[in-house]
Design a protein around this ligand. Structure first.
Ligand SMILES: [Ca+2]
Length: 148
């Protein structure tokens, strides 16, 4: 992704180009959010590309003060319960520190990943599993090589 092609409402964060639907603002179910991302020339955001980029993304969300918004991102276990897969085909290690403590739940009611903000001893943004049919903000990313 050439970040000089990253134009509003997409913004460059770290070395990637994202659209945060909270900025327009827009809420959708996971499927409809994904469709909107694709119409905008991207896909739901993927993480774990490298720790540094994930950190940039999380710091940006905290820096913007988006403290009440859960945001759909591109990870799901819809196809195979408990097997969390990013849209680019990489599986998510459940021990990855991106997941909040005691998350994900083992539930067929919660098959879509979202980023959620909370303050424990310091502000953090973590991945949790939620309902795909919840209308939430979402994060699109350009240059995702989707395999599903
Ligand atoms: Ca599930």
């Amino acid at each position: 992704m050439r970040t000089d092609d990253c134009t509003w409402p997409f913004v460059v964060v770290g070395s990637e180009c994202y659209y945060f639907s909270i900025t327009t603002p827009e809420v959708r179910t996971w499927d409809m959010a994904r469709q909107d991302c694709q119409i905008r020339g991207g896909d739901l955001a993927v993480m774990q590309m490298d720790c540094e980029q994930d950190r940039h993304l999380i710091d940006y969300i905290i820096g913007q003060g988006w403290t009440t918004a859960a945001m759909h991102v591109g990870v799901t276990d819809e196809v195979n319960e408990g097997m969390w897969t990013w849209l680019d085909g990489r599986t998510s290690d459940l021990w990855d520190s991106l997941w909040r403590y005691n998350q994900p739940d083992i539930s067929t009611s919660y098959n879509c990943g979202l980023l959620d903000y909370y303050i424990y001893d310091f502000p953090r943004v973590h991945l949790i599993d939620g309902s795909c049919s919840s209308s939430l903000h979402y994060i699109c990313q350009k240059g995702v090589h989707a395999k599903m």
